[in-house]
Design a protein around this ligand. Structure first.
Ligand SMILES: NC(=O)c1ccc[n+]([C@@H]2O[C@H](COP(=O)([O-])OP(=O)(O)OC[C@H]3O[C@@H](n4cnc5c(N)ncnc54)[C@H](OP(=O)(O)O)[C@@H]3O)[C@@H](O)[C@H]2O)c1
Length: 217
């Protein structure tokens, strides 16, 4: 496939780019700073574009089939608006450039009340720290459900991200869930496994217009 990767310079985004190339896809990495992409590959193009500009994204999206987004915004922003504002531009550009498929990541607990009962560390340390990020992720999820039924989107919710090597296992999956409730689920998941799961969704319709929480064992 011809895939656009947003947040390609980020930690998960780099895993997405590497694995997509390994799988034989053509990748266009959309970044604000092209110098950050050190990888070289015949099937990799690096394009500088503003993720908040539907016009710039439309130009970059032409001729592609799918968008994978691993964008992340700072918890210091008050309020955090990057998720919703970039998604509005992405959806407009997808329509203009006639792309249908979008896989985007958020996180466990985008409904912060779901963290109650998940332990002291989660509820009283983690959630207050990243509340503004989670809130805007949730706003983006709600915006997709309300305003983007014409697109084939999937939202992937992982728990804590690590930079461990790819684990050879299919993640536990729970549709429409704030977290994976399975007692076997680990708290952390390698970014490489998230990237692999996101790429695996592109040709699939299992979670189209759905949210899915994932975890490794
Ligand atoms: N940390 C965790 O444990 C955890 C758990 C679950 C979910 N998540 C979420 O998963 C996502 C990916 O996480 P990550 O750690 O892989 O992310 P990351 O390494 O922080 O990468 C974030 C990416 O977003 C890009 N970005 C941010 N603001 C931008 C802007 N204004 N214009 C263009 N690009 C912009 C960054 O570009 P630059 O390289 O140019 O800065 C980078 O490519 C994030 O949304 C994160 O909140 C994190």
């Amino acid at each position: 496939m011809k895939i656009v990767v947003l947040g390609a310079s980020g930690q998960t985004g780099q895993c997405v780019v590497t694995q997509a190339l390994e799988q034989g896809h053509s990748v266009t990495a959309i970044v604000r700073n092209p110098d950050k992409i050190k990888q070289k590959h015949d099937n990799l193009s690096v394009v500088k574009a503003d993720i908040f500009s539907a016009e710039e994204l439309t130009a970059a999206f032409q001729g592609h089939e799918a968008v994978v987004s691993a964008l992340g915004f700072s918890r210091s922003d008050n309020p955090v608006t990057g998720y919703t504002e970039s998604m509005k531009a992405v959806a407009a550009a997808m329509r203009a450039a006639q792309l249908q498929r979008l896989v985007v990541m958020t996180a466990f607990y985008t409904d912060i009340t779901s963290a109650q009962g998940r332990g002291f560390l989660v509820n009283w340390i983690l959630i207050p720290l990243i509340k503004r990020v989670l809130t805007n992720m949730r706003e983006m999820e709600e915006w997709l459900a309300a305003e983007a039924q014409d697109l084939r989107w999937t939202v992937v919710r992982p728990g804590g991200l690590s930079n461990r090597a790819l684990l050879a296992q299919t993640p536990l999956q729970q549709a429409d869930a704030q977290f994976v409730a399975d007692p076997a689920a680990a708290t952390m998941i390698p970014r490489a496994n998230v990237a692999q799961f996101m790429l695996a969704q592109l040709p699939e319709d299992t979670y189209t217009r759905q949210v899915v929480a994932i975890a490794v064992k």
